[in-house]
Design a protein around this ligand. Structure first.
Ligand SMILES: Nc1ncnc2c1ncn2[C@@H]1O[C@H](COP(=O)(O)OP(=O)(O)OP(=O)(O)O)[C@@H](O)[C@H]1O
Length: 269
């Protein structure tokens, strides 16, 4: 039996937007158990409820029904203070790095905020610069070249790496990554994923990876949850879910993955 500890779990978690005829059940009575140090992928097509689930896990929107448990205890984020405490444990990186930064804050401020959040407010500036330099070099950025710049002066790829440098400083227990590699080329994508996996190994972080790419999920995940119309239709280890897929929806997602080695049949075009 596995001796992994439960990190985040959910029982009957549901989110309903709107009322009456305009009602949308975005997440529909789902159960999940995410274990410490695992990489968990949540896979589904557009509109399946992945981002809504992510927002509930982060505590950005309320759960309509059901409960979320953090480290085995019912999560309590009923006050601003409790929410701030919870956010020390869970952080996110999103699809669009441009939307993740305050355009009026210089890179130095972005990184210093992370150090302050981890209780480093009173450290000497020399130490803070050392920490920022280390975080930047972890993601192959040079702090000396970024200091005094604004986020919009960086390329998309550099911003994505800066988001990971923030996580390096924040060292959360859980990282929620919502399609973090969707806006970059395949080569940078592999680098970013490698950085996330190294960070997971370095600080023992749990990663919840939200994606529509079932092929990618297979390669990187310890466990996979497949979402269709707000429901979890299949879950388990990457092998269980993808190699031995049972749900018709999972089988369809797998059959949609382009196979590079197959010859194109132009007769049907
Ligand atoms: N604030 C909202 N108000 C009303 N409906 C919403 C809201 N947010 C999401 N929805 C609806 O909930 C459903 C799930 O949306 P969600 O964004 O969670 O899907 P998704 O799987 O993340 O999609 P994508 O991959 O395109 O980001 C959709 O039908 C969407 O229209």
């Amino acid at each position: 039996m596995s001796n992994k500890k439960l990190c985040l779990s959910g029982k009957g978690v549901t989110k309903v937007f709107g009322l009456g005829d305009k009602k949308t059940v975005a997440v529909d009575h789902i159960d999940f158990d995410f274990y410490e140090g695992d990489l968990i992928s949540i896979v589904g097509e557009s509109g399946s409820g992945k981002t809504t689930l992510a927002k509930m896990l982060l505590g950005l929107i309320n759960v309509t029904e059901g409960d979320i448990y953090f480290q085995g205890k019912k999560r309590d984020i009923s006050t601003h203070k409790k929410k701030k405490e919870y956010w020390k444990n869970i952080q996110a990186i999103f699809q669009d790095p441009f939307s993740s930064f305050n355009v009026f804050n210089k890179i130095d401020t972005v990184l210093l905020d992370c150090i302050n959040m981890r209780g480093g407010r009173h450290l000497p500036m020399k130490k803070k610069i050392e920490m920022m330099t280390e975080a930047c070099s972890f993601v192959n950025l040079k702090f000396a070249e970024l200091t005094n710049k604004y986020p919009f002066e960086l390329s998309g790829g550099q911003m994505q790496r800066l988001m990971i440098a923030r996580i390096f400083l924040l060292k959360p227990k859980i990282l929620l990554a919502d399609e973090p590699t969707s806006m970059i080329d395949a080569c940078s994508r592999a680098t970013i994923l490698d950085m996330l996996l190294n960070l997971r190994d370095e600080i023992g972080m749990t990663i919840i990876f939200i994606t529509h790419d079932i092929g990618l999920a297979y390669y990187i995940s310890d466990s996979v949850y497949i979402m269709e119309h707000g429901k979890i239709v299949e879950s388990g280890t990457a092998d269980d879910v993808i190699i031995n897929a049972k749900a018709p929806y999972t089988k369809r997602l797998i059959s949609d993955v382009p196979k590079i080695y197959e010859e194109w049949d132009l007769t049907t075009v």
